[in-house]
Design a protein around this ligand. Structure first.
Ligand code: CLF
Ligand code: SF4
Length: 290
């Protein structure tokens, strides 16, 4: 789907100061596992935290469709069915399976997927056929920086660490972004701003993302958690400056809500998740999406 269409009815693809407060989104928590280890990722299953990837549990694709029906009755402004965790959406088959069911039952909804990009090149055909808007979390273009952010990457049956892990991930992210954009999927780049680690790299990431065909950029301020719990979160000035640098190259989304993996409703508005996800089965803690 083209970004010109999305910016009218997708709350996370509207650039500029005002954003889009008319439309809502639902996150369907169908993706339990992850294939990389980000050092800022906190694995958490709970009902109280507002953070990416935190979820009250994990549901099946069929349960996700039922939850979506309930959500649309409670909040008809929902235009986007998203999957953002609590793990990575391409580490298991459930996200694509869920999007297939949604495309059959609710063909007018925008399907939105968020991924770390590791499996994107291999699964690009399934993604292009089932996903309208795609977010890839790209935190650096530099393998040495990546080695500080990622503890490990699991790919092709091997566990990679250090620079090797960062190189495998980066290569797949860049190839995946380019292929997705070329296939007509609108791509948003999420970059977690970790001032002490990638604070100087934002302009370069934005420039590269734009050259690969991404349409919009979102800077996510670090939530100091997990291995990075002692790192400083960026202040307002640092966030504004990073956005201004990125804006030289690409449109910037400014209204990110650090959503949970089971958020339901308009950004910043009432959350309907308790009425939508009934008796969420608790699972072993999973990685969170950033
Ligand atoms: Fe969800 Fe992400 Fe799709 Fe939006 S959220 S998968 S693009 S429908 Fe949006 Fe929430 Fe920020 Fe994500 S405000 S955390 S950017
Ligand atoms: Fe996986 Fe996302 Fe957590 Fe990173 S932030 S380890 S990609 S779930």
């Amino acid at each position: 789907m083209k970004i010109s269409e999305l910016k009218l009815n997708h709350p996370c693809f509207a650039a500029g100061k005002t954003g889009n407060t008319e439309n809502g989104r639902i996150h369907l928590p169908v993706s339990p596992g992850c294939n990389i280890e980000c050092r800022y990722c906190e694995r958490s299953v709970n009902n109280f935290e507002e953070a990416p990837g935190v979820s009250g549990g994990v549901i099946s694709p069929q349960e996700a469709v039922e939850a979506l029906s309930r959500a649309l009755e409670l909040c008809p402004e929902i235009t986007v069915a998203g999957i953002a965790g609590p793990g990575d959406t391409l580490a298991t088959p459930y996200a694509i399976e869920t999007f297939r069911l949604i495309k059959q039952k609710f063909p007018k909804l925008i399907t939105c997927m968020s991924t770390n990009g590791l499996m994107l090149p291999e699964r690009i055909e399934e993604v292009a056929a089932n996903v309208d808007s795609l977010t890839v979390t790209l935190n650096t273009l530099n393998a040495a920086t990546g080695a500080k952010i990622y503890n490990a990457v699991y790919y092709g049956g091997k566990r990679y660490t250090g620079i090797d892990a960062a190189e495998v991930l980066l290569e797949n992210q860049l190839t995946g972004i380019e292929k997705a954009a070329a296939a007509g999927v609108t791509v948003k780049i999420n970059t977690v701003l970790i001032p002490e680690i990638n604070g100087d790299e934002i302009a370069g990431i934005a420039e590269k993302a734009s050259s690969l065909g991404a349409g919009i950029f979102n800077i996510i301020p670090l939530l100091p958690r997990a291995h990075f719990r002692n790192f400083a979160a960026p202040g307002c000035d640092q966030i504004s400056s990073a956005r201004e640098q990125a804006e030289e190259y690409i449109k910037v989304f400014r209204h990110c809500g650090h959503c949970r993996a089971d958020a339901v409703g308009k950004l910043g508005g009432k959350d309907f998740r308790d009425a939508v996800f009934l008796n969420l089965p608790e699972v072993e803690n999973t990685f969170s999406h950033g």
